[in-house]
Every structure is written in C-alpha cells, then in structure tokens.
Write a protein that binds this ligand. Sequence first.
Ligand SMILES: *Cc1c(COP(=O)(O)O)cnc(C)c1O
Length: 231
Amino acid sequence: MAGNNNISERLAQIRLRMALACQAAKRAPESVTLVTVSKTQSAAAVMEALAAGQRDFGENYVQEALTKQVQVGRESAIWHFIGPIQSNKTRDLAENFDWVHGLDRLKIAQRLSQQRPESLPPLNVCVQVNISGEASKSGMAPAEVAELCRQLVDLPRLRLRGLMAIPAPVAGAADSRTPFRRMRELHGALQALGLPLDTLSMGMSDDFEAAIAEGATLVRIGSAIFGARGP
Ligand SMILES: *Cc1c(COP(=O)(O)O)cnc(C)c1O
C-alpha cells in the first residue's frame, strides 16, 4: 500500500498544516480534531498512526471496520463511522463505534438509540447536510435539519454533536469556502435555536484548510496521510 512507511511523517505534515490554517483563522489549534480516515487501509497502517499519537479514526465500511477493530483493539482508538448508513447495520454501529457522522433519517437515529448498549456512553452523532444540493448525494436539505436535530435531542442513547458535510468539488480556491461558509451559518443558526451543537465535521485531504477557515472543528483526512486508495 502506497506511502505506509511514512505515515508518521505525513501525519506530522497534516498537523502542521492544520495548525497554520488555525493560526490564519485566529483559532486555537486544539479547536480542530483530526480524524484519520483509514478505510481500505490495513490494521498495520492504523497501528502505525496510533504509534505516532493519532487517536481518532474514520471508517466507511462496517465489516471492514469491525475486522480492523479486532486487530487493532477496539479500546485503543476512537472510532468514527463516516460512511452511508444501512438500516440493517445499525446494531453493529451502535455497539462498536464512538461516533456516527452520516445521520440523515429519524428512523436510523431511533434504531441507533435503541441499540446502543447501556454499558457504553451515548453515541455521538452528526447530521449530514446535503450542502451542495446534489440530487445523488445523501444528507438532508438544509431547511430540514433543524427538525431532525430537535428530534435527536430526545433520543436518550444518542448525543447530538453537530453537522457533517461532503461538499461537491468546486473550481477555485475562493469558491471552495462557499459551501463551508454555508455550513457554518447553518450551524450558528441551529445553535441560536438552542440546539447543543459543538461540532462541524467538514474538510478532507483536498479542502481541509478552507474548511478550517470557515470553522470546521473536525476534519476527516485519508489520502493525504495514507497515500492514494486503490481503484
Ligand atoms: C473517504 C472519505 C474522507 C477522506 O477523503 P480523502 O480525500 O482521502 O481525505 C472523508 N470523509 C468521508 C465521508 C469519506 O468517505
């Protein structure tokens, strides 16, 4: 797998770029969490990142993630599920993850809450917003997010943390901030309604600096750390 031998170096580079982006935005460096996206990467690659001090990992495929968790040790890391959620996989998510980022239906949220074991703290969740209005993409329309958030607050085994988005790629550097700015404004509007949101999950390898400039508190970065994924 490409680039595995310098995972710690790449992590250091990403952390530095994150710190510089925070400085440019006059934000504290601790205000942004790095989630290392380890989908399609081996358990050995995850362990190398753990050895370099990385704690948060993002996975997209349930079965792959569960296998890796057994190899790496479920308790060694904080596990974020960032892929699309299938209703027949909610129990696996409720029992094995610390965060779920792609919530966009009440039904799924209810199942996750029902299935979250009492022995674990409430499951941290983010509502996915279809901020670029793409017909083919998952996520809720911005106008519908407030209602789902209100319903989530009442689910006892979930802890609503914030919003997540995967904006469509845009052409120029200036434009790349636009969807992130709209996310920041939506997040602020929901907070003003009294919703307890503290997380804006946005920004990937190609656009995390723009996301940090617009207030991302959690960036999800894969290929810039592990190298390009296979086809
Ligand atoms: C794959 C993925 C990422 C990481 O993408 P990179 O471009 O490799 O950094 C982030 N978020 C989600 C939801 C993903 O599916």
